[in-house]
Design a protein around this ligand. Structure first.
Ligand SMILES: *Cc1c(COP(=O)(O)O)cnc(C)c1O
Length: 430
């Protein structure tokens, strides 16, 4: 049975129809209400449908209350709390996504209690599971038999991050992947498989992107010049505007049009720093109107166009804060060369100078001023001394790299590999 069920509270007989009304933006009682619907309601819905369950997979801490319902069920069947917790752990697997401590949701126990999220458990039992305040990720780790992070480097980071948590499951790395039929242009796949002219196909797709940009923004880019794509959520750690951080270095290239950049991305509705980043990108578009474009309303259409038609895909997060970064996989399989900090999935795929480029050397420090300067120097070095000469002076090598990019990523980072791993390493018991 592969039916997908969605839980919706917006029905006439419900006084609290609003609960499933929005995805982001709530952190207090409203958020807990949503998590009760997802977790406790999710288990009850499965029971009502009579669907037998082998494994419960919690994708991120939001679903953790499902295990509280599983414990309650077992206790009402006569088990002690300890027995119920232990048996529940055997049924649950958990995926963690967020390498930023503050991104991992917590709720004060008092608030969970008056929202009825204890679900029959005592305060002490809840505290043993998630602490005070109750941390949804820690709860997920203590309510599961095994957990995973979404790239190998992310697994190292997550294991360090949660080292002090007693009684948690092991965190293994299962690197994310993409659905290739959705994200890879068929013309490129065909050209690759039939040993066709990758450059000709790329030029055609790049031309389509340039038309798309013109339609959306009114800006006409130059199809012969290097086009950098950068689209991702405007979260501060992703540093969308790093490339502008030393204007004296980058400005001549933007003025001459030798480097063109198309950006897209949205900030979280409550993230004022993210909004500042977007407004800075728009200011850069006004300053360099022939070479910098910002496309509004980042969505899958824009994501697909940019990861197909750009020449290079730029990614410069503060390592190790990018858990995976799937847009780079979309680009790589379209022969769009990654130029990226060694973060998320990229350390697993990067053969520097052969299938893309690494920026810097995996340097890490919690002093962001030092890190940002180090990485912006490294970014300029890679871009100006390695990417540009290859693009403008060595087309043959560029095309070789496109080919290598596709070859080294098309199966390794496709959904089948990922699902097989989830199945073999998480869902079935060793
Ligand atoms: C691929 C994609 C993402 C995820 O990309 P990251 O590299 O993880 O930032 C987000 N939003 C859209 C619209 C996408 O297409």
């Amino acid at each position: 049975n592969s039916t997908l069920y969605l839980l919706d509270t917006d029905i006439p007989e419900n006084n609290d129809a609003w609960i499933t009304g929005q995805l982001y933006g709530w952190f207090g009682e409203e958020r807990i209400a949503q998590e009760i619907v997802l977790g406790i309601g999710g288990v009850k819905a499965m029971r009502a449908l009579g669907i037998p369950i082998d494994v419960y997979h919690f994708n991120e801490g939001h679903a953790a209350l499902a295990a509280i319902e599983l414990i309650r069920e077992k206790m009402s069947g006569g088990n002690t709390f300890e027995e119920a917790w232990k048996a529940t752990r055997e049924e649950v697997v958990f995926t963690t996504h967020t390498p930023i401590k503050e991104g991992n949701e917590t709720h004060p126990l008092d608030r969970l209690e008056y929202m009825s999220a204890f679900n029959g458990l005592t305060r002490d039992q809840m505290e043993r599971i998630g602490g005070e305040p109750f941390n949804m990720t820690i709860a997920g780790l203590r309510l599961s038999r095994i957990s995973n992070a979404v790239a190998q480097l992310h697994a190292d980071t997550a294991n360090k991050m949660w080292k002090e948590v007693a009684g948690r499951s092991d965190i293994i790395g299962i690197t994310n992947a993409i659905h290739t039929p959705t994200w890879v242009d068929e013309r490129m796949t065909q050209a690759y498989e039939e040993n066709g002219d990758l450059w000709a196909v790329h030029k055609e797709i790049k031309g389509e992107l340039i038309d798309f940009i013109k339609e959306r923004s009114g800006i006409s880019l130059n199809a012969d010049n290097l086009l950098i794509g950068f689209s991702r959520r405007a979260a501060p750690y992703k540093r969308s505007d790093l490339i502008f951080s030393q204007p004296e270095i980058i400005e001549p290239y933007l003025e001459s049009g030798k480097i063109q950049i198309v950006f897209s991305g949205k900030a979280h509705p409550l993230d004022d720093n993210g909004k500042k980043i977007v407004s800075n990108l728009v200011a850069m578009m006004k300053k360099y109107p022939k070479s910098v474009v910002f496309l509004e309303n980042y969505d899958m259409t824009i994501g697909a166009q940019l990861t197909r038609g750009s020449d290079i895909w730029l990614n410069n997060p503060r390592r190790p804060l990018e858990a995976s970064g799937t847009s780079g996989m979309k680009a790589a399989m379209n022969g769009v060369l990654n130029c990226s900090i060694l973060d998320g999935w990229w350390p697993e795929a990067c053969i520097d100078g052969e299938n893309g480029w690494q920026i810097g050397d995996g340097f890490e420090t919690t002093d962001f001023e030092v890190l940002d300067k180090h990485d912006s120097d490294a970014l300029y070095d890679t871009l100006l001394n390695r990417v540009l000469p290859t693009y403008y002076e060595n087309r043959e090598q560029w095309v070789q790299m496109m080919k290598k990019s596709i070859e080294t990523t098309r199966t390794e980072f496709a959904t089948k590999r990922m699902l097989d791993e989830y199945y073999n390493r998480m869902y079935i018991k060793a």
